[in-house]
Design a protein around this ligand. Sequence first.
Ligand SMILES: [Zn+2]
Length: 244
Amino acid sequence: MAEYFKGKIKMISTEIKWGRYENLRPAQIEAIRAQTPIAYLPWGALEWHSYHAPIGLDGIKANGLCKALAQETGGVVLPPIYVGTDTIKPYKGFHHTIDHSAETVTKLCREFLTQLTDEGFKVIVLVTGHYGGGHVEAIQKAAEEFAATHPEIGLWAFPDSEPLEGVFPKNHAARGETSFQLLFKPELVDLSTLPPDRETTLDDDGVWGEDPRRASAEEGQQMLKVFLENAVPKIRRLLQQNKL
Ligand SMILES: [Zn+2]
């Protein structure tokens, strides 16, 4: 019995601790925070992602990426925020999209950053899966204001395309985003709903980038590998600088 406990405690002490914030009890949050005071905030939108992919793709993607980061570094993962601005609805008129104002996004982002600080996290990593220009600006506005008033907190707010830059292209509902969707929640993709006799386009289908029929879970895995290789060292540095 004693041996069993010894082994178990050893295993727990060397294990990377992470959890989904909404599923954790207070003592569990405190234990994770004491080891790794990182909060991951996945940000998405409710937005048309063509016929073949779910409208929550950006949040599902950001959530999957944040989970993968937390498994590497430890920390808590907040539930994804499905509040986007500068979506494809005002841009190209596609429905099945809830478009919020830039002010709403900035205000909500500011509140999450200050509340996570109040909850004792020292590093906040915000990954936005939706990266319309106005949306990224709205997030950056809150992040810059916050950084100026909270220099003691390590904050990194970025679109998920950033760690992939130069390796995999930015896109919307195309090969890249569909590959991530096929990696994280493949059961929500139905490629047979795309027009059979032609390539997809931005104006007709709301696809920006290569035809999603070239997507695969294997490519999603390769993208995740590059994402982690570039993002994890940066987050570890932020943690070293801001842990105490
Ligand atoms: Zn998207």
